[in-house]
Design a protein around this ligand. Structure first.
Ligand SMILES: *Cc1c(COP(=O)(O)O)cnc(C)c1O
Length: 365
């Protein structure tokens, strides 16, 4: 048996006629830039996230960049980010001339440790980017308490967590701004790149919308220096089709995670921890093991796809070497980077395939 980490084709065949009809709709109107598909998706994703405003953008990375620009982050500012995350959480900070300040994570959820964030706050802290990693929200209440009354913007990196809930409230509505990615491997994936910012703050929404189109309002009159951060209309049309299926797909991912939890209950690997106040959407099902590399090689031999998210924490990346971090400074993240392994958990994964994956993990032990 062959089990890929993700099987986009298996999902596509279930929605192919709907997707083709949606693309045809755009072809008929020739409205490729902005227009009704983009504004329709913005309303639908905002509603899903319990937010008043949605601003479609070109990627999750550009969502973070545009949100930071809207928050006024620039040279001399500090932005606290977890070190155990995808690159763009910190890359977007550096691109604005601000300094990423790296925080360590919780050992069990891999999300940023709020006590560590509190220790890193200074008068120069202008923003904090909690990342809802693997499909589970960060513990946001204590974080929002930390910034109450301060001029600090909280931008949720919810690229992996669209539809996830924290104490019943959806990801994206918990901070001041929320950022989603529609990269194909995310739970709501486009047929290319795409992203969205959501917020309940009308002034921030307006700034994001203007920055997305070169800071111009009205057209050809530029109040700010923005960029082209627009979401493509064809991608928006496809995403509107897929959005209707998202709750069902997330449910199947949760079901698959529950099955792994049972199948691997007695195996000597660490299974994912989900806080009882969180509803996780399992963008990834990540186990942890001391001999991770050997386990991955064993699974590869059995034709099972796995991935390491992430093999090197950001504070140890070459491009950030001028920030002066050394090995040992953020030990929980450094340890996690050596142990984590993501297993296939995509919605269409069959019971047989899951049993095979679990059997192969056990045979390694
Ligand atoms: C995918 C991802 C991003 C970037 O999204 P793109 O759409 O690929 O630019 C940012 N942060 C996290 C945590 C991600 O997983």
């Amino acid at each position: 048996m062959k089990v890929p980490l993700l099987d986009l084709k298996a999902q596509f065949v279930t929605i192919e006629p709907e997707v083709r009809a949606a693309i045809d709709r755009v072809f008929e109107t020739q409205r490729f830039i902005m227009g009704p598909e983009v504004s329709g998706l913005e309303e639908e994703v905002a509603a899903l996230s319990a937010c008043a405003h949605g601003i479609g953008v070109s990627s999750g990375t550009d969502a973070l960049l545009c949100a930071l620009m809207a928050a006024g982050v620039g040279a001399g500012d500090e932005v606290i980010v977890p070190t155990f995350t995808f690159f763009s959480t910190a890359g977007s900070v550096s691109r604005l001339g601000a300094r990423p300040v790296f925080a360590d994570i919780e050992r069990d959820t891999y999300n940023v440790d709020i006590a560590k964030v509190a220790d890193l706050m200074t008068e120069r802290t202008r923003a904090i980017i909690p990342v809802h990693l693997f499909g589970q929200c960060t513990d946001m209440d204590p974080l929002m308490e930390l910034v109450a009354g301060k001029n600090i913007t909280v931008i949720e990196d919810a690229a992996q967590s669209i539809g996830a809930k924290y104490k019943g409230r959806p990801a994206g509505s918990l901070g001041h701004l929320g950022c989603f990615s529609f990269f194909p491997s995310k739970n709501l994936g486009a047929f290319g790149d795409g992203g969205m910012i959501v917020t309940n703050d009308a002034a921030l929404a307006e700034r994001c919308a203007v920055l997305r189109q070169h800071g111009s309002k009205p057209k050809y009159y530029h109040k700010f220096v923005g960029a082209n951060f627009r979401l493509d209309a064809i991608q928006a049309a496809i995403l509107r089709v897929k959005l209707k299926h998202l709750p069902g797909w997330s449910e199947q991912r949760r079901r698959n995670a529950d099955r792994y939890n049972k199948l691997l209950a007695d195996a000597p690997v660490t299974l994912p921890t989900v806080r009882d106040y969180n509803e996780m959407i399992y963008n990834q099902y990540v186990i942890s093991h001391a001999r991770r590399d050997a386990l991955q090689a064993h699974l590869k031999e059995k034709e099972i796809g796995t991935e390491i998210y992430y093999p090197l924490p950001l504070h140890l990346q070459e491009c950030f070497s001028d920030l002066g971090y050394t090995t040992g400074t953020l030990p929980v993240s450094e340890e996690a980077a050596k142990r984590v392994l993501a297993l296939p958990v995509y919605p269409e994964l069959t019971d047989e395939a899951q049993t095979y994956v679990a059997d192969c993990i056990r045979s390694f032990m």
